[in-house]
Design a binder for this molecule. Structure first.
Ligand code: AHG
Ligand code: MN
Ligand code: MN
Length: 334
């Protein structure tokens, strides 16, 4: 199927899989369109005056960038009218977003991190959009509540991300492997370029913010220490380190050539449960990584089996090449 457009790909998926309804297909196409618009805004950068801070804070107390707010608005506006969604939730909104009464309500719930890696915008390093789609549990009559969003990651129907880098890519799972599309800027279409991505089981590359080392728990201390000892330590091989500080870019590298990504629990973030958000960062990435043959845990348990308690809940994240993730998880239990 390499070379087919996203639209054609989705038509085929709908034909072959009863889970992929007309509405779900429309929703995914719509998300892709919003990502194209976000990509255009990011591409224009300073010319369009979109760089820099918005002067506001989000619910997590983080300073919002203009592009955080713009991307959030683009995703909301492009999706509220299409009739596929019951409600949306985002990193940049305290409460869930209800579909305005003038539009029809659909069966699906959409969660997103409109712009991931926002600290990288102003320095022209890759950023992205992460999303996750759930089915509504309650009947269509009632207005959706936040509780309906609190489903474990195993319930995700679709997850994906766009990465705005040298190329704009869309990486998608519908629960049958992971396919990657590249935006053909002349055609304005996403084209399938990397079908059925697989994460190599073994790796020599790791990603962690080393500046937090003194705050880590003993299991992570031990694991990273062994990596740093390289060929002369117990691992008997040298490891290389990468940290983009945009989870999308780090995860994309891992989907492409393997590796392990960690934002573990540490004494700085212990009270809030971790750094990354479960519902719109950890869960969709865990779904993608597992679908590509990798693993994703909190260090202790499978991320997708965590029972969510809050919309903006945070979790520790360890994901990537299976054998490395299993080792880190084992160290936590030892
Ligand atoms: P966001 O920009 O959506 O708030 O997410 C940033 C996240 C993630 O993308 C990245 O891996 C991590 O924060 C970077 O954290 P450090 O600044 O601690 O490196
Ligand atoms: Mn993020
Ligand atoms: Mn974000």
């Amino acid at each position: 199927m390499t070379g087919v457009t996203l639209s054609r790909y989705l038509v085929e998926q709908q034909r072959n899989d009863p889970q992929i309804t007309h509405d779900l297909r429309l929703l995914i196409e719509n998300i892709a369109t919003a990502c194209k618009s976000i990509g255009v805004a990011i591409g224009k950068g300073a010319i369009a005056g979109v760089l820099g801070g918005a002067g506001t804070d989000n619910v997590q107390g983080e300073a919002q960038k203009k592009l955080d707010v713009l991307s959030n608005d683009l995703l909301i506006r492009s999706k509220q009218a299409n009739g596929t969604l019951a409600a949306m939730a985002s990193e940049e909104m305290d409460e869930i977003y209800h579909i305005p009464p003038e539009y029809p309500r659909g069966d699906y719930l959409l969660l997103f991190d409109p712009l991931d890696g926002s600290s990288n915008i102003d320095v022209n390093i890759s950023v992205g959009t992460i999303f996750s789609v759930l089915r509504r549990q309650a009947g269509p009559g009632r207005a959706p509540t936040v509780d309906e969003f609190l489903q474990p990651g195993t319930e995700q129907l679709v997850a994906g991300y766009a990465v705005y880098g040298p190329s704009t890519l869309l990486v998608l799972t519908l629960g049958k492997g992971v396919d990657c599309f590249t935006l053909d800027r002349e055609l304005g279409e996403f084209v399938l370029t990397h079908p059925q991505m697989r994460i190599p089981e073994d790796t020599k590359e790791f990603a962690i913010n080393m500046s937090n080392q003194r705050f880590w728990e003993p299991a992570v201390q031990r694991y990273v220490e062994e990596l740093l000892m390289g060929a002369s330590g117990p691992r008997e091989k040298d490891f290389n380190m990468r940290w983009v500080a945009s989870m999308v870019a780090d995860v994309h590298r891992i989907l492409t050539r393997g590796g392990i990504f960690m934002y573990p629990l540490d004494s700085k973030t212990r009270d809030q449960g971790g750094k990354l958000r479960l519902m719109y960062e950890a869960n969709p990435m865990a779904f993608l990584v597992e679908q590509a043959g990798g693993a994703a845990t909190t260090g202790r348990a499978r991320i997708m089996e965590v029972t969510p308690e809050k919309l903006h809940q945070r979790v520790p994240v360890v994901l990537g090449s299976k054998s490395e993730v299993e080792r880190v998880t084992r160290y936590h239990h030892e």
